[in-house]
Design a protein around this ligand. Structure first.
Ligand code: SF4
Length: 246
């Protein structure tokens, strides 16, 4: 997730809370758990952070620290819809509403919780909030996509990362999906990602004229039957070199 921020450059991270608990297959080697584990921290302990008020923080001249036209990648060391943050989330929705010229993007594996987490004035969705629904295998596609399409959201992204197998998104692709992102898994225990799965997703996106972004190869990339170990620092670089983005 951190490399996604780096790739896009100039965009800010906003983590109002930290920590999470695992909900599906894609969580197995969760980055947050790996990073916290290195520092002897328990990532399942979910806490509010000191950055909680970042979107409305002002400097000593009274100016917002996050200027208009910024993008805030929100909750990348947790899941925005994690149950333990229910008591805090309304304050974040209020900050999103207070900063209509700032784009907020969050990814979730808990799209089934969105409806009960929405603020009263959500309507058809805040125009400045993009929601990425993560789906790592076909089981999660078929479970999450119908719900994702039904919910009131202004901008929807499909996040196929870590991609754990071939996906057939075609029953769910139409102009309600603004972007498809694909990527492999990182870390020492990463599971393989077959380049053919990425190409198949790209073809599905092209067929429906949906923009596509190949975020990163993952640590173990299989291509034409051969397995390649890709160092962390080259995973986004190699994906970019594939020139699949539209
Ligand atoms: S939902 Fe995301 S942050 Fe939470 S455990 Fe799974 S991968 Fe980690």
């Amino acid at each position: 997730m951190v490399s996604f921020l780096t790739y896009n450059g100039g965009m800010d991270a906003y983590n109002p809370w930290h920590g999470c608990h695992k909900v599906s297959e894609g969580c197995l080697h969760c980055y947050v758990y790996r990073m916290d584990g290195r520092h002897g921290k328990d990532a399942s302990h979910i806490t509010k952070t000191s950055a909680f008020n970042l979107p409305i923080k002002r400097d000593r001249y009274g100016q917002y620290s996050i200027p208009d036209h910024s993008t805030l990648y929100t909750c990348f060391t947790s899941d925005f819809l994690v149950e333990e943050a229910d008591a805090w989330r309304n304050d974040v929705w209020a900050m999103m509403r207070a900063r209509p010229m700032v784009q907020f993007i969050f990814f979730t594996k808990r799209i089934d919780r969105l409806e009960v987490c929405l603020p009263a004035d959500w309507g058809e969705g805040y125009p400045n909030v993009t929601i990425g629904c993560t789906m790592e295998n076909q089981k999660r596609v078929d479970e999450r996509c119908p719900l994702f399409l039904r919910l009131p959201i202004k901008t929807r992204w499909i996040i196929a990362e870590p991609l754990l197998g071939p996906l057939d998104l075609t029953p769910y692709l139409d102009d309600r999906i603004a972007l498809i992102v694909a990527g492999g898994e990182s870390g020492p225990e990463a599971r393989e990602c077959d380049y053919a799965w990425v190409l198949a997703l790209k073809a599905q996106a092209d067929q429906k004229q949906i923009p596509f972004h190949y975020h990163q190869t993952g640590a173990k990339l299989r291509k034409d039957g051969k397995l390649y170990a890709i160092p962390r620092k080259l995973q986004a670089v190699q994906a970019k070199k594939a020139s699949l983005d539209t």
